[in-house]
Structures are given as C-alpha cells and as structure tokens.
Design a protein. Structure first.
Length: 259
C-alpha cells in the first residue's frame, strides 16, 4: 500500500471548508453547499481519469446526489466498495462529520489512479447525499441496484468522522470481523490502539448491511463540535487524516488484491 501524506487529504477538507464558507456556512442536503461539494468530488475524480456517475434523487422536495466512481480494472463480479457521506448538518461546515471521511476516500481513489493500480477485484468509491436526513442517498443507491449487482459487492467500508485531532483509540466497526481485522492490521503496524465499535444504523454501512453485504468501517470518534457550528477545518488534524487515509488505502490494497 502507498504511504499517503496527511496533507493531501487536508487539502480536500480545506476545499470543502471553502465551499461551506462560500455557501452560507454549511453543506447540508438541499443547499448550494451540498451541490458545490458534489461538483468538487465529481470534477476532481474526472480529472484523475475516473468515469464518474452522479446519481440524482429527491428528498423532502429537494434534489440530492450520490457520486460514484469505479476504477475500471479487475474482476467486475467482485467489488470492494469504499464510501463516505458528503453532506453535513445545517449547523456548520461538517468537516469532521463528514468532510473527513469524504476527503480520505477521495484521496484513496486518487492514489489508486496515481499508482495506475492493477487490482484483482474492482474498486468502487461512493459519496452519499442526505445521510443526515436518515441515510437517504445510500439507501437510494442500494435499493435501486439490481439484486444481481448487489451480489457482486464483496465488501463495503464506511468512513464517517475520521479526523478528530485528539483521538487516542480508533474505533473499528464490529460488523464483519474479517474486514475489521484488515483495519486492525494497519493500526497495529503503526502502534495505534483500537477498539471495537457498534454504530449499527447510524451511518451508511447500514444501507449495505441490510442486503447481507459484509461491512466494516473506522472512526476516530465524536468530538465537542459534533453537529455544531465549530465543526470546521480547525476541528480536524493532519496526522489523524494521514491515518484515516492510509487505513483506507491499506484496506483497499489488501482487499482488492493490489500487488
Ligand atoms: N456521523 C454519524 C452521523 O451523524 C454518526 C456516527 C457516530 C458515525 C459515531 C460514526 C461514529 O451522521
Ligand atoms: Zn465476489
Ligand atoms: Zn452527522
Ligand atoms: Zn456522519
């Protein structure tokens, strides 16, 4: 797996902060800040050579979007999926929740493209809309996938709140012990303590688990700015973002079989 500088993901998070600042301070579903966030992810991936799908849905009378990108190498019948919700609450910029996960997944996708990675399995990346309204975007995605397509997803890995500066123990979702063990290997190799967490229906992995897809994920935990105005770029740290990004990349490389 690559060794990705935390500064790379911080640069993406800075972009999301600028987008919030330029759009009334937030990136919530139904706002111009969300639309601009989706534009940013889509254009960054397009420039890197991904074919990007923007999936539109309506919730509460407002348009929302999921952004999906697939790396077109490897067996299309075996998909390893990494995802993060791109929306935030209206109270603030939503940078730990969840500019952090969105940035870590974006940087992992860009690393795959930079390395011209040749995985055995397919890597797919997703940024979900309207998670804060009740997992709306991810539920829309899985519900509208033909069951034959759902059956091709070997693993879904979720990244929600992965940037808190003061983390001492990383949380690994208990859902799939096998997938969780892959994350633990990364943190063990860095001498970082982990614990098992169960956030059951509180993030987008639930939209995949519902269909029997093996899921896991990581989180550096909640913080005093959770769902608040102070969840800004000052709320996340470069060192932590380096760990979330490299944990995501480690799992992508191992699980998709990149040599
Ligand atoms: N960030 C989630 C939400 O508000 C909840 C969550 C809690 C996720 C703890 C991960 C860990 O949308
Ligand atoms: Zn398979
Ligand atoms: Zn939230
Ligand atoms: Zn969240």
């Amino acid at each position: 797996p690559p060794d990705i500088p935390g500064a790379n993901s911080m640069a993406h998070a800075n972009q999301l902060q600028s987008i919030a600042t330029a759009n009334g301070g937030n990136r919530a579903h139904g706002t111009s800040g969300y639309r601009a966030s989706a534009d940013f992810i889509q254009s960054t991936l397009s420039r890197a050579g991904f074919t990007v799908t923007r999936q539109q849905f309506t919730y509460n009378g407002a348009l929302g979007w999921n952004v999906i990108a697939e790396w077109p190498v490897g067996n299309p019948n075996d998909v390893v999926f990494l995802g993060a919700h791109l929306d935030g609450v209206r109270a603030g910029a939503g940078i730990n929740d969840n500019g952090s996960g969105s940035s870590a997944v974006l940087e992992t996708a860009l690393a795959v493209a930079r390395d011209n990675a040749q995985p055995t399995k397919r890597l797919r990346f997703g940024w979900w809309g309207a998670e804060e309204n009740g997992l709306i975007g991810s539920a829309y995605y899985t519900r509208n996938l033909p069951s034959s397509e759902r059956a091709k997803i070997d693993a879904y890995l979720n990244f929600d709140m992965v940037g808190q500066r003061d983390t001492t123990r990383w949380g690994i979702y208990v859902d799939s012990p096998t997938l969780g063990a892959t994350f633990k290997q990364y943190f063990d190799s860095k001498g970082i303590a982990t614990r098992s967490i169960d956030i059951s229906g509180r993030s987008d992995h639930a939209s995949f688990a519902r269909y029997g897809i093996p899921v896991s994920g990581i989180s550096s935990g909640s913080d005093p700015c959770y769902h608040s105005r102070c969840d800004t770029i000052a709320n996340i740290g470069e060192r932590v973002m380096g760990h979330s990004t490299n944990a995501a990349a480690y799992a992508a490389w191992r699980l998709a079989g990149i040599p």
